[in-house]
Ligand binder design. Sequence first.
Ligand code: BGP
Length: 488
Amino acid sequence: MMTNKKQTGFPEGFLWGGATAANQLEGAYNVDGKGLSIFDMVTFVPKEQRGNDIEMDVKSLKELEELLAQGDEENFPKRRGIDFYNRYKEDIALFAEMGFKTFRMSISWARIFPNGDDLTPNEEGLVFYDKVFDELSKYGIEPLVTLSHYEIPLHLVRKYNGWTDRRLVEFFVRYAETVFDHYKGKVKYWLTFNEINISQFSPYIGSGILVDQVEHVEQAVYQALHHQFVASARAVKLCHEIMPEAKIGCMLARMEVYPETCHPDDVLVALEEDQKNLFFTDVQVRGAYPSYMLSYFEKNNIKIEMLPGDEEILLQHPVDFLSFSYYMTQVASGNPDKLKQKGNFSSGIINPYLKSSDWGWQIDPKGLRITLKKLYDRYQVPLFIVENGLGAYDKVEEDGSINDDYRIDYHRAHIEQMKEAINDGVDLIGYTSWGCIDLISAGTSEMSKRYGFIYVDQDDYGNGSLERKKKKSFDWYKEVIRSNGTNL
Ligand code: BGP
């Protein structure tokens, strides 16, 4: 809505908080009826062997069956998480102490429907999240719930090759309807698919696809994504019908793309890379496939099979807000040789003006402001930053303190840029810092890649007491929230 009143600084009711996902947090992977999900199958490879590469995909049915046969817990860190399943009360009390207004978490689909295609839900799974939501409510913390955060039930991969199969739309809709019905009144903010664009890089994690089972990988990925778009729009429709007061958003891994130089070839490649990222929000916010993508499909021999009614459902049920993760920006070049470089995690080309994290993620607070302004110009819907943070090694001093000034600097710099964007008119409704409590890394399955304000005593191999400790950043973030972003 247009008004003449200009917002200065963070608006009243701004949703400060922290973000997590079930698969990296809960543990208890086979307890109380939960089925296996895709991330339960991802093993840990030490950094010395892996470098900065991210490898989280299972690529073939054979590999999957071999992993299943291993059956031991040791090699699969996401199965143990940080034991939130048993310690949620203690953890939520710490979030409340920081003053969280909101807590982003996900429901593990396989806790509710262990196989994904079951006809009736697993009651014990429903009860667990009831307890979590009730605990949050005790402190007035609003849950923000992702329906699918890399948590496709494994059975759907083995039997249907994930989202390549249209039948998954019905399974997902059944799941969404079940949790909307069950948790209405308890949850007001929802997200459909976490980082829906991840399938372009990781077909297994984003869409549950084993690439050896398909002939044309890109074709399979975009067909699967079409099914996810339809499922997401149907979830939006259901959410509005069941909970008229609730808001539901999409979620994009946003990476701004800079041209390496002002050469028009670089600028054009950067624009086209950016379009491939914005494609997802174009569909989910504007409600239709953009023409540049139809042209891309044609050039690459990709044919999307749509059923009658699909285009209408996309158009009639766009999301209420756009949420995204923000960690870094990338650089594009029109010179193909440049892309063979290895350096910057995302594209290969290093931005010489930016510093990198220990994992090669280039830190760019101003890029967040650019992103906010660009997304708001394009869509004019409320924006929500649901992930941002610094993965770093933390050191526990002899006196038990953890002095993570680097993390404070990181958040301060990003929050300052958010404030500038708000002052320029961007409608930003919240900020949930990623991994507010240390958890298992999505990309590397490490425990030592820590994002939290709360330290968890566990190493990469699962040793440790799991004791929680406040880091220096804990009190800093508490004051940020208390002062509504004034005291940074
Ligand atoms: C996003 C995911 C999160 C999270 C974060 C940090 O892609 O949505 O699940 O883990 O990135 O990534 P990582 O854990 O690899 O450092």
